[in-house]
Design a protein around this ligand. Structure first.
Ligand code: THU
Length: 140
């Protein structure tokens, strides 16, 4: 099943998280419409602001490899050494990056949920009325 496989891959990516400052380790698995997956983890920095979230790591890897169409992303995260508890919801910056490349109606965000296994949201669910490329086009 697509969702469970993406969550499994997100856990694999989470093992490579570099999060010595927050101690919060996140993994993401991004599925393209062509069926390829790109993994990402959070990568922190001693200067704090250069840190990058797992979701954006996965997106930037994929986009830099020429991918432009995306179907879904799974995200898992939590304190190092602990099993992820509550859902790790993407931050606002990551939602904005998703808005650049994904359809708010169809792009799926799969979040591991301790109680229900996982929950699936569309980008539009998590980022209503988001500003995107369409806002800059004359014809809307
Ligand atoms: N983080 C992510 O990588 N993705 C999320 O969805 C939420 C937060 C990272 C950023 C930072 O390295 C750490 O988790 C704590 O905020």
């Amino acid at each position: 099943m697509k969702e469970r496989e993406l969550i499994r891959l997100a856990h694999e990516a989470r093992q490579r998280a570099y999060a010595p400052y927050s101690g919060f380790q996140v993994g993401a698995a991004l599925l393209t419409k062509g069926g390829k997956t790109y993994l990402g983890c959070n990568i922190e920095n001693a200067a704090y602001s250069p840190s990058n979230c797992a979701e954006r790591t996965a997106f930037f890897k994929a986009i830099s490899e020429g991918e432009t169409e995306f179907e879904a992303i799974a995200v898992v995260g939590g304190k190092a050494g602990e099993k992820p508890g509550q859902m790790c919801t993407p931050c606002g910056v990551c939602r904005q990056v998703m808005m650049e490349f994904c359809s708010p109606e169809t792009f799926q965000i799969i979040l591991e949920d301790e109680n229900r296994g996982y929950q699936v949201f569309t980008l539009g669910d998590l980022f209503p009325l988001g500003f995107g490329p369409g806002n800059l086009r004359k014809d809307g």
